[in-house]
Write a protein that binds this ligand. Structure first.
Ligand SMILES: [Zn+2]
Length: 458
């Protein structure tokens, strides 16, 4: 999905995957929902969504996420308009229309949740280059996936974290084993609850996507290690959203222009002027970090509806696409019916993993990034834009982060957030995210107006 831009090949992959996994799992899924609900009802809850919402320790969770998204939506709508305008302008096949919702298969990702692979198509001219192709750079420099793990670890070491323990290196699975075993390959990090036995499971390949996934998983691993002195019951995150946010905060730092230079992702001979390069890099980050917000919101609203019985099995697929259209402005590329079960194409639906944590994490990670940025003496408080912040090598930023992480779940999440932000009554707040992307947001508004691109997907 990331590599080819041939729309018929993409459609084949998109529908092939959904045909393979959807229909066989629909009945099993609805039965699982029934059984889950029987279990929680015997404990006095209405349905499973109630427990899933409670887990985050945020009262009125649904209103809170709606409010957060209301702040972010104007940015998403501009990004969506720009992507659609650019794709339709270069599309000779009539698949992408300039004023209709985006078809789900053309965005560089099986689930349309990360649009970064289509960045080259979005750049206005070939002369404007976002730098080197990071995957090519990684393949040139490194011959084994282990080396990539070392590079990801290096960012954490620069913040004063200890090297991962020897058992991590000997007991993890970094790449797909070639001895006939067929493991689940979805990347995961696991705490074995000794003082230092933490492990990674991946079927990693040397490419940009997996490189950043490593940072994400390493955030979990270092969180496990940093609270390992706590009693067993407190050895988890301030909330699951915090657990997801740590590694992604580091991804923000690692994707910053300065660090991309350090990694050799921007060649020294690059002729693009620095201001354009900054906008391109913000666009790259936005393509990774912004579509996941409406994606995760639509996904979990669907599942809450299913669990609460508001969405019946004979409405599963239609309700899924209704929410995708409403929040993401995306439609299926071919006709769908209730014979299809497209939610099953996503790992977290089939593995029954709660998902709103990823929405909250996407907001929280920029708040944490801002706090670390300030701890290192940079950022808005020091008159510098948040997106220019470079925390690599900052022990002060590392100390601030470790102070929060070492709490585990011994305190409510707002105490953990206070340790980071030093605010009296901190809330989960989308403003740092909007500040981070503010120059890009402005640029998108101007470009969309100049190019007369349709805005919105009502
Ligand atoms: Zn994770």
């Amino acid at each position: 999905m990331a590599k080819t831009r041939d729309y018929s090949t993409l459609l084949e992959a998109w529908s092939g995957w959904r045909n393979a996994v959807g229909p066989p799992s629909k009945q099993l899924f609805s039965r699982m929902i029934e059984i889950n609900n029987l279990g929680v009802q015997s404990a006095g809850f209405h349905d499973t969504s109630e427990i899933w919402k409670n887990e985050l320790g945020i009262s009125n969770l649904e209103n809170i996420v709606d409010d957060l998204y209301a702040t972010i939506q104007p940015l998403y709508v501009q990004l969506h308009a720009f992507v659609r305008g650019r794709l339709s302008a270069i599309d000779k096949t009539g698949v992408v229309h300039s004023d209709r919702p985006l078809p789900a298969h053309v965005l560089g990702n099986m689930w349309a949740q990360n649009w970064e692979p289509i960045l080259p198509q979005l750049l206005p001219t070939a002369a404007l280059s976002g730098g080197e192709d990071a995957t090519q750079v990684l393949r040139r420099r490194y011959s084994s996936f282990n080396q990539l793990v070392v590079v990801a670890q290096d960012f954490f070491l620069s913040l004063g974290f200890q090297p991962l323990p020897p058992t991590f290196w000997s007991r993890s699975q970094f790449v797909r084993p070639n001895d006939g075993r067929k493991p689940v390959c979805h990347g995961s990090a696991t705490d074995f609850y000794s003082q230092e036995d933490v492990r990674l499971l991946m079927c990693g390949k040397i490419n940009e996507d997996d490189f950043y996934t490593l940072h994400h998983e390493m955030g979990h691993l270092y969180y496990f290690l940093t609270y390992s002195h706590q009693p067993f019951l407190f050895r988890s995150g301030a909330s699951s959203a915090f657990h997801e946010a740590i590694g992604d905060t580091i991804i923000y730092a690692a994707m910053a222009t300065k660090h991309r230079h350090r990694l050799g992702f921007v060649s020294t001979g690059n002729k693009t002027n620095p201001k354009d390069l900054d906008i391109i890099n913000l666009l790259r980050q936005a393509l990774v970090k912004i579509p996941i917000l409406p994606f995760s919101l639509a996904l979990e609203k669907w599942r809450w509806g299913v669990m609460a019985g508001q969405i019946k099995p004979n409405q599963y697929n239609q309700a899924w696409w209704n929410l995708k259209l409403k929040y993401q402005g995306i439609v299926p590329p071919i006709e769908r019916s209730e014979k299809d079960f497209d939610p099953a194409s996503k790992f977290h639906i089939i593995s029954n993993t709660p998902y709103i944590r990823y929405f909250l994490s996407s907001v929280l990670q920029v708040q944490i990034f801002q706090a670390l940025c300030e701890a290192s003496g940079q950022g808005p408080r020091f008159g510098k834009p948040l997106n220019q912040c470079d925390i690599y090598g900052s022990i002060e930023a590392g100390n601030r982060l470790r102070e929060m992480m070492s709490l585990g779940s011994s305190h409510p999440w707002n105490v953990a957030l206070k340790v980071l932000t030093h605010e009296e009554n901190p809330k989960i707040d989308a403003q740092p995210l909007m500040d981070y992307y503010q120059p890009l947001h402005e640029w998108l508004v101007i470009e969309n107006r100049r190019l007369n691109y349709t805005i919105g997907f009502d």
